[in-house]
Design a protein around this ligand. Structure first.
Ligand code: PMP
Length: 408
């Protein structure tokens, strides 16, 4: 008999005390968005309540303070992911915007018709559709790095796909459906031998393991604050210095300029600010800073260790449910487990679990090509974070067992 696994950090997350349908919330949808610790909520409240002002342009006290504190977060982010310098960090509104920024600011000006972009079959739509839009604009070809029979990306397949027309490889660090950790470093290493830059989608990775962009040697790394125990509406693009130098402004507006003249002749500010037009999500960025501070105070290694125990328990518990089919690889899965109850639609399973207070995600998970590859039209996904406990998993399994009793 396994004893219960309790998170030492559970109490830090006030929303986990919420009741739904008079039942304690069992939040197993952290991969969609993570609950937020009090430290982050307090940080944002403090800004709104006492320190609220805009950044960049003000001479007054609060504006200078907001600017300085926001720029401090850039340093925090830079240190958190091991960037060469704070100037490699661009604030965006999320992973999605960061990828679109790379598409338009970096890649677009370099493309000629019949050039190629490689995307993998396990990407989130955010790392597919921007490239498809670009392909329509610039008449370039999207090539698909498909999964092998084990649903794994095989480097040998990439070797066959890369040509001298390949301009970028877009690949996720960790799959948001299967939890598979891709061999990013080997992929980047090989791509660089062929002179191809790599964009890594880290949306599902930064909260589960220490990421070091210098060690990975990736060209671009993107993630969202809201999966890292921070707020929505804030994200990060890390780009290598030499790419930043080639990037052209994408969005124009205030804060990204040097001198504006009419009718033409406007000059732009330096990177990273030249890629941050308009008033930023100041509270969100400060919240991201608080989230990083919180995570660092706990330690990512601590979190990873706790989560791996919990994942083992989750997979083990699910395996014992009758009629369940689990996707992905048991020896390589972080954060999420995708499954279906044979003969039942994932939506019915999810709606049933919801009545028991168990929140999972169902559907295509913004990864339609991957779901298709699995031979499904939709799947259930349970995902965990640093605050998840074995009791949440027990509630999920009880719910699935009840489904078996009632719906079969
Ligand atoms: N990529 C992956 C792997 C994701 O899981 C997500 C979020 N579901 C995204 C990209 C998009 O992130 P956002 O919606 O925060 O821009």
């Amino acid at each position: 008999e396994i004893t219960s696994i309790n998170s030492p950090w559970f109490e830090d997350f006030p929303a986990l005390k919420t009741e739904v349908y008079q039942k304690l919330l069992r939040y197993l949808d952290t991969a969609a968005t993570a609950q937020i610790p009090s430290a982050v909520i307090d940080r944002m409240t403090r800004f709104y309540q006492n320190d609220y002002a805009s950044v960049h342009r003000g001479v007054h006290y609060l504006s200078a303070k907001a600017t300085q504190e926001m720029e401090q977060v850039r340093t925090q982010v830079s240190d958190f992911i091991g960037a060469e310098s704070v100037n490699n960090i661009i604030f965006t509104k999320g992973t999605t915007e960061a990828i679109n920024l790379v598409a338009h600011s970096y890649l677009r000006s370099q493309l000629s018709p019949r050039d190629e972009i490689i995307v993998t079959e396990m990407e989130h739509h955010a790392n597919i559709v921007p490239w498809q839009l670009l392909s329509e604009l610039c008449e370039v070809t999207i090539k698909v790095w498909r999964l092998n029979e084990k649903n794994v990306l095989d480097l040998d397949d990439l070797k066959l796909l890369i040509t001298n027309r390949t301009r970028l490889i877009a690949v996720t660090h960790i799959s948001n459906v299967l939890g598979t950790v891709n061999a990013i470093k080997a992929i980047i290493n090989y791509a660089h031998k062929r002179n191809v830059p790599v964009l890594v989608d880290g949306a599902q990775a930064v909260m589960h393991q220490q990421v070091n962009v210098a060690d990975l040697d990736c060209d671009f790394y993107v993630f969202s604050a809201h999966k890292l125990y921070g707020p929505t509406g804030t994200g990060v693009l890390y780009a290598k210095r030499r790419h930043l130098e080639r990037m052209v402004p994408w969005e124009g507006g205030g804060a990204m300029i040097d001198q504006v003249t009419l009718p033409m002749g406007t000059t732009y500010g330096e990177a990273p600010w030249r890629f941050e037009a308009g008033t930023p999500n100041i509270a969100g960025i400060l919240g991201l800073g608080a989230a990083i501070e919180y995570i660092e105070s706990v330690g990512l290694a601590e979190i990873a260790n706790y989560e791996s125990q919990l994942m083992a328990y989750l997979v083990d518990s699910l395996t014992q449910v009758n009629g369940i089919e689990i996707y992905g690889n048991d020896d390589n899965r972080v954060g999420v487990v995708a499954f279906n109850m044979k003969g039942l639609h994932s939506f019915d399973v999810g709606a049933f679990l919801d009545r028991y207070g168990v929140a999972i995600r169902t559907g295509h998970h913004c990864a339609m090509p991957l779901i298709k590859k699995l031979g499904q039209s939709s799947v259930c996904r349970a995902s965990i974070g640093m605050y998840t406990q074995s009791s949440d998993i027990d509630a999920l399994v009880q719910g699935l067992n009840r489904i078996n009793q009632l719906l079969r």
